[in-house]
Structures are given as structure tokens and as C-alpha cells.
Design a binder for this molecule. Structure first.
Ligand code: PEP
Length: 250
């Protein structure tokens, strides 16, 4: 089965409502409607209700950057996955490196979020990746396997997952992984997912992706698209990344 390409834009904690609306008004015009690439934008949760209308009929989906593992309750400041579902949101990032390393999200919590998202019929985008120290100590494969094991501990094997390989040292640093490094990590993940019958899982690369490094990365056999942070904030730049991903032969 041919894996469809996917480009996801993580706006992180950026964009005022007016900027987000202006982005949405430009963006669909920058792309052909029938593009063979799926596009998902992850704004701050507070912007989701505004953007649902703005992106309606654009072919672009919206996702949440995070959610709690419980459906609702006394969890001040958290985002309820049930509310996301009621808003019509289908995708949610889990285990993003900024959640893991700045806010202390654990492998166990990532697994609980995947379980809850699957119960709701939503698709988790599971972010995994090693720190520079782990890479230097030769622990990359072990870290990736442990993160996948925990994330899938209570996952529903019949439901979809998406995986994003995001080496921590490449996120927001301008230091993109070489195609060789990225492909090797993706091949490890593909093989590991295959052992679970999940060989057709979409695996994205993330970490300082820009229009000038997309073409070589997307030509790697196990890279199915990108999770883009900084470069997704400029509609022209992000549209360019989407077009380059679509046009790349693989
Ligand atoms: C990200 O936030 O997931 C990311 C990859 O960021 P950047 O593209 O800015 O490195």
C-alpha cells in the first residue's frame, strides 16, 4: 500500500487571533485543492474554535498540540480530549519534545493519552526522539523503542497512529538531521512498527525543516512527510514545504 504524504505545521504558542485569521485566508489560495498531500495545522488550542470556520472547505485539517489523558475533570489549565472531539478535531500531538522536556510529560502519560484518543476515535501523532547526549552514547535505538513501546502500551491496534521522529537536538535549533541520520532512525521505527503489524504507519520527520532541506529528506524511503515548527508560521514558507513534499519523487 502506498503511504500518503503528510505535512503537519506546529504553530506552538504563537499567533494572535488576527494573525491566525489572516494566515487562514491566504493559505488555501497558495495550494491546489486536489493536492495528494494531507495537511494538518496545530495551533494553540484557544485558537481552534476560531480557525475551524476559517479553514472550512480548505482541505486543511486542524489538530491539537496536546490534551489530557482523562476525558474531563479537575485538571486546571489542561485541554480535554472530549472537548476536542466535540469540536470535530481528529488529530492530537502526544509526547512532543517540548512537552516531555519542558513540562515533564512521561512515557507513561504519553501512552495514556494515546489510549484515550483511540477511545474517542481520534488519531494521535506520537512524537519520539533522542537527546544529543543519548545519540552520543549510542542509545538512539533504545530510546525510540522505549518511547514507542510506552506510547502503544494500551493503544487500540485497529486504530490509526502517526509517528513523528523528532530528534531533540534538531528542534528549533536550525540543526536539521542529515538524510542519512533521519533515514536510519525512520528505518528503525518502521521495522519496529512492522513487528507490531503497523508497517504502513505514516512516519514524519521533524526538526528544523525548511524549504531548502525538504527535497533530500522526502526522497528517503521511510520518510512520509514532515512535522514543521518555526517554518510553519509563514504561510508562503509552509505552502512551499507542502508543494515540495508533494512534488518529490519517491
Ligand atoms: C516542532 O515543533 O515539532 C519542530 C520540529 O520545530 P522546528 O521545525 O522549529 O524545529
Amino acid at each position: 500500500m502506498k503511504r500518503r504524504k503528510l505535512v503537519a505545521g506546529n504553530w506552538k504558542m504563537n499567533m494572535a487571533p488576527s494573525e491566525a485569521k489572516s494566515y487562514a485566508s491566504k493559505y488555501p489560495r497558495l495550494l491546489k485543492r486536489d493536492m495528494e498531500v494531507n495537511i494538518i495545522i496545530f495551533p494553540q488550542s484557544i485558537l481552534l474554535p476560531i480557525l475551524i470556520d476559517e479553514f472550512k472547505n480548505s482541505g486543511i485539517k486542524l489538530g491539537s498540540q496536546n490534551c489530557h489523558w482523562e476525558l474531563q475533570g479537575a485538571f486546571t489549565g489542561e485541554t480535554s480530549p472530549q472537548t476536542l472531539k466535540q469540536l470535530g478535531i481528529e488529530y492530537c500531538l502526544v509526547g512532543h519534545s517540548e512537552r516531555r522536556h519542558t513540562f515533564g510529560e512521561t512515557n507513561v502519560q504519553t501512552g495514556m493519552k494515546v489510549r484515550t484518543l483511540h477511545q474517542l476515535g481520534m488519531t494521535p501523532i506520537i512524537c519520539v526522539g533522542e537527546t544529543v547526549g543519548e545519540r552520543e552514547r549510542g542509545q538512539t535505538e533504545d530510546i525510540l523503542r522505549t518511547q514507542i513501546d510506552s506510547a502503544l502500551k494500551d493503544a487500540d491496534p485497529k486504530k490509526t497512529i502517526i509517528v513523528a521522529y523528532e530528534p531533540v537536538w534538531a528542534i528549533g535549533t536550525g540543526r536539521v538531521a542529515t538524510p542519512d541520520i533521519a533515514q536510519k532512525a525512520h528505518a528503525v521505527l518502521r521495522e519496529y512498527l512492522k513487528q507490531r503489524g503497523l508497517q504502513n504507519t505514516t512516519i514524519l520527520y521533524g526538526g528544523s525543516v525548511k524549504p531548502d532541506n525538504v527535497a533530500t529528506l522526502v526522497s528517503c524511503p521511510d520518510i512520509d512527510g514532515f512535522l514543521v515548527g518555526g517554518a510553519s508560521l509563514e504561510p508562503e514558507e509552509f505552502a512551499n514545504i507542502c508543494l515540495l513534499t508533494l512534488n518529490a519523487s519517491r
